[in-house]
Design a protein around this ligand. Structure first.
Ligand code: G3P
Ligand code: MG
Length: 357
């Protein structure tokens, strides 16, 4: 620890910059590190493993609580990642707790969407898996889906919080949250349309659409397969197209995540908090101006999401595009050119550390 203090104290200046790394297509493809990400991130820590450069993960992905995702990322990338460094597409949903704290809501997506919402403070939440399982025959294709029994065994801890005596048939869904990518589009589109077209009471007459929230609107993202995969934005288009054919009013929804500017402003705030906690841990009393960073680097693979967002956010954001994900071009993106284009995240960190030395 003392080594880290002396090492940092000998630096001419404290970091006046921060870094936001996208995850899919920049540091990982599903669970596989890419672009030399473990080595690159290691350089942001001192010899004792203490963080010396403030950085966060700014991903549209999700499905797990920030604490659990931080643990998973630490395991995959070999560095100690804090929950506060994980900003996911669904993280801003916690701002809606005041409105829905005790309301009955349904959470959609891979992983543990209900556990995510429960951790944010929503007290009456069911995953769409659990919710659908109460409605016999709601999905006529269920019997052909070999994986259903596995899902049923994975009940979330939020189940007991729902008034069990009251039948779900008469319990109105007040809002639906798409937390992460839908696993079963056919079932989820069917059940969401049931909820949305009836005012939250599947099987009943047509009613006013309850609010619908998406964690992000990514049309595609980079997974392990060489070409991009459909993301939540593609699911939204499918749901919206069908809903608009069966309901007199067009689907209303709100999408969070990148490229929205508030996501980038929030990341900047979190980076500042991280920087001041580093100072605090190092017991150094110095007059760093924490009111602003000179530069915040956004490292992304998707021009229409990561680079567009950083460009819209303006100063102090500086956008860097890698070629390990959605973007595979030789030069720069034509529509949303980044400030810098390199091959891998390893080159990104090399560039930043040389520039900021
Ligand atoms: O589902 C995740 C994907 O749409 C985006 O993830 O890390 O590239 O923002 P990321
Ligand atoms: Mg990405």
């Amino acid at each position: 620890f003392s080594r880290s203090i002396s090492q940092l104290s000998s630096q001419s200046q404290w970091p006046s910059f921060g870094i936001a790394f996208d995850i899919d297509g920049v540091v990982l493809r599903e669970d596989t590190p890419i672009g030399g990400s473990p080595q690159a991130l290691r350089r942001l820590y001192d010899d004792s493993g203490y963080l010396k450069i403030p950085y966060v993960f700014l991903t549209n992905g999700g499905g797990f609580r920030e604490s659990k995702r931080a643990f998973q990322l630490s395991e995959l990338l070999g560095v100690n990642i804090l929950s506060s460094q994980v900003l996911q597409g669904h993280s801003p949903f916690k701002q809606l707790v005041d409105r829905y704290e005790n309301e009955f809501i349904v959470a959609v997506g891979k992983g543990e969407p209900a556990a995510v919402m429960f951790e944010y403070g929503f007290k009456n939440v069911l995953s769409i898996d659990e919710y659908a399982s109460f409605f016999e025959d709601i999905d006529p294709l269920a019997k052909y889906k070999k994986w259903t029994s596995k899902l049923a065994a994975n009940q979330s801890s939020t189940f007991n919080k729902i008034t069990q005596t009251k039948s779900l048939y008469s319990q109105r869904v007040q809002a639906a949250f798409v937390v992460s990518d839908s696993v079963d589009w056919s079932r989820d589109i069917q059940v969401l349309c049931d909820i949305l077209r009836t005012g939250g009471l599947p099987g009943r007459e047509i009613g006013n659409q309850p609010p619908l929230y998406f964690a992000h609107d990514d049309l595609k993202y980079q997974a392990t397969f060489p070409s991009e995969r459909f993301g939540m934005g593609a699911f939204r288009i499918a749901l919206e197209s069908i809903f608009n054919r069966i309901h007199p009013n067009a689907l209303e929804y709100t999408s969070f995540g990148k490229p929205n500017s508030f996501v980038f402003r929030n990341a900047e705030t979190v980076l500042k908090q991280l920087l001041s906690s580093l100072d605090h841990k190092l017991h150094v009393d110095h007059a760093i101006d924490e009111s602003h960073f000179k530069t915040v680097y956004m490292v992304g693979d998707n021009p229409t999401v990561d680079i567009k967002g950083a460009r819209q956010a303006g100063h102090p954001w500086f956008s860097i595009l890698t070629r390990t994900g959605v973007f595979k071009g030789k030069e720069n993106d034509a529509d949303f050119p980044a400030d810098l284009v390199v091959d891998t995240v390893e080159e990104v960190v090399d560039y930043i550390l040389r520039k900021e030395r």
